[in-house]
Design a protein around this ligand. Sequence first.
Ligand code: DGJ
Length: 381
Amino acid sequence: MKISLLAILMAVLVIGGCSKPKGVFKPGQLWLDNNGVHLNAHGGGIMIHDNTYYWFGEHKTEGKAGNKALVGVHCYSSKDLYNWKDEGVALSVVSDTTSLIVKGCVIERPKVIFNAKTKKFVMWFHHELKGMGYDAAMTGLAVSDHVTGPYQYIKSMNPNAGVWPINYPDSLKTRKVDMDTIKQWSPTWRKEVELGYFLRRDFEKGQMARDMTLFVDDDGKAYHIHSSENNQTLHISELTEDYLGFSDKYTRVLEGKANEAPALFKRGNQYYMISSGCTGWKPNPARSAMATHPLGKWTELGNPSQGSEEDVRTTFHSQSTFVLPLIGQKDAYVYMGDRWVPNNAIDGRYIWLPMEFEADRPIVKWYAEWDLSIFNEGENE
Ligand code: DGJ
């Protein structure tokens, strides 16, 4: 009798356990991998391959110096998004001082996509050269035959050299302005920036490319989205078919609006972008925008954060890095943000929150603890 009662109890527990996700997200808290070590994949993004999530991000180290690339890009894998297996360093910095990815350069916001035709895994990242602060403003490329790497570094560049954006009017291409005579950040200066002063300045050499993300559309076309023109205007560029280069088709987006930390996703036939303002490692109010094509016109939708004044002002003390569509679940997306700790970079925390929608506007609210069952709520109503 005792045994059968125990069996019933166990069956209830197992069945009950099966209907609930086996995990919980605790935004802002330490998040341990399979070795019990806090995940080290900052400014990251997730690629889905063979029904598995692969998280790539900046491997940070202790102290302020740990914001520099002293190790490379770290990769983790997961089937359920709660539990992550350490897959090691996917792209390593090198000790060869003649290489652009020498230890001590800056590697930020790495993103990986898979090219179905070439079967290559393609990584692009924001790359700053050692000893040059943030002046180089380049995008770097690395490639691998295996999702977890090792990735081979190919090159870094200022993209779109000698190419005008598809939405830049001919009338502005020859505009001449002496910016030295205009007070920086004055309304006139801002207007000239919006009209493409930095774009024209960098036309021959190639455009600045700082905070970045990648987006692959349903038709297989991939886009590289980055802060350009001194962080004042975003550029969205179509990549070549093999994803290894820029196709010469790009557009200026939210001109003069100073967006960083872009994260793109698609819901139905609409494209959405979450981004931030430019305040270094300090958080600021997030922004959102919508378009009917990545290279089309983007309409601002405002701050997606809802909650206390502080939550809305600081985006829950985070800065966007990626919006993750869940495997096999329609209209289920996770906002991924970084809570930077600039004085001890390795201690940076992850703010993952469910993306909600109100009248087709993306909304993010705070949950101290949550799990993926949130996306099933209301299903049976
Ligand atoms: C904000 C960016 O979003 C980060 O990726 C990083 O570049 C910091 N600025 C550096 O201050």
